[in-house]
Write a protein that binds this ligand. Structure first.
Ligand code: F6R
Length: 366
């Protein structure tokens, strides 16, 4: 049932091109130049009249929410707040019938997310679910929703659920952007075309596996690791760090690259690996100067770069390439090498990759 892979996690990482395609199916209709999502169409007024969106989630799903914040704001010009469900539910949030709450959950059973939904509903908000498990508690409790079609995710560390959550949220943002007129129809067409290429580009990103294994072997005995990114890739840095922590038990932190000089730079020495997401566009030059700052403090840099990159290559100790894409779609590609890096390190350290200690696939208690 692991389909020839050594672990579910590796199988699920490799399933991402298919999972994203499955999530597009029936929704991304490029020839007709439309995005069709029943849960969005049926509630279009609610979405378009909302004062703001509040996204609630936990863990990796919260990271998908952060990526979505950038995408919704950038493309659809809708103000978005992203909250940990556990904080939202206990802090008497200011929320009313003019808010749309989007709850993201792979399992659909996370206790804090479910409680946040109930609270939002009691205040009159419209609640939309993005779940993977059909018929789950969250799918039933929400007013409407859109499923990710990732298929069953068995590995405790979330991989394909994350990229398909971003996929669903991107489709929503584009659909709403079109309805609001915040993007032109020619840009919309261009974006649909690029979305269609994403599964192939994820496949291409997976081809770095052997190279990532070599890098993993060099850094597997590190005690700490930093992940840096900016803009759309700041949440990817957080997600990369979480993946490493949870399955290899190496301490890791994700930061917006520019925050480094406000504290974490003090940690950098010759023993510190720093994964920097430095794809073209999206603040590239600024990330390059962050890399120079790290290099002058002897940190070891693993750069996640766009194919054909030269500037970062001359500075970094290692680079891992991903294909070029539109800036707002880069998280779907830059996530892949970070998943593989944490996977290989954990395997090399002989950890239980699919069932890391102290963690459960559904967190049904708060
Ligand atoms: C990380 C991970 C957890 C979950 C979190 C939320 O790899 O799996 O952080 O993302 O427990 O779970 P769901 O999405 O099921 O609500």
């Amino acid at each position: 049932e692991k389909g020839g892979y050594e672990h579910f996690m590796l199988k699920e990482i490799h399933e991402q091109p298919k999972a994203i395609r499955d999530t597009y199916r029936g929704r991304l209709l490029r020839n007709e130049a439309i995005i069709k999502m029943a849960g969005v169409e049926d509630n279009m007024k609610k979405f378009l009249n909302a004062n703001r969106f509040v996204i609630v989630a936990c863990g990796t799903s919260w990271h998908a929410g952060l990526v979505a914040e950038y995408i919704f704001e950038d493309l659809a010009r809708i103000p978005v707040e992203v909250e940990y469900a556990s904080e939202f539910r206990y802090r008497n949030p200011v929320i009313n019938e003019n808010d749309v709450v989007i709850a993201i959950s792979q399992s659909g059973e996370t206790a804090d997310t479910l409680a946040a939904i109930k609270l939002a509903k009691s205040k009159g908000a419209f609640v939309f679910g993005v779940c993977n498990v059909v018929g789950s508690s969250i799918a039933r409790e929400t007013n409407a929703g859109a499923y990710t079609h990732a298929g069953p995710e068995i590995g405790v560390a979330s991989t394909k659920a994350f990229t398909t959550q971003i996929t669903v949220l991107t489709l929503m943002a584009l659909r709403l952007a079109r309805a609001k007129g915040t993007i032109s129809s020619s840009d919309f067409r261009k974006y649909l075309l690029e979305l269609e290429m994403i599964p192939k580009k994820v496949e291409k990103s997976l081809e770095s596996d052997a190279h990532i294994k070599i890098i993993s072997d060099i850094y597997k005995d590190s005690r700490n690791c930093l992940y840096l990114g900016r803009g759309y890739n700041f949440p990817v840095a957080l997600e990369g760090a979480l993946k490493l922590k949870e399955i290899s038990y190496i301490h890791a932190e994700g930061y917006p690259a520019a925050e480094m000089k406000h504290g974490p730079i003090a940690l950098i020495d010759e023993n510190m690996p720093i994964v920097v997401i430095a794809t073209k566009k999206g603040h590239y030059e600024k990330v390059v100067s962050n890399i120079q700052e790290i290099k002058s403090r002897k940190g070891n840099i693993i750069g996640i770069v766009t194919e054909g990159d030269v500037q970062v290559k001359t500075l970094a100790d290692h680079v891992i390439e991903v294909p070029e894409t539109l800036e707002f779609l880069t998280p779907l590609l830059t996530t892949i090498p970070l998943q593989l890096l944490s996977y290989h390190i954990a395997v090399m350290l002989d950890k239980n990759v699919d069932q890391p200690r102290n963690l459960a696939k559904s967190v049904t208690v708060e």
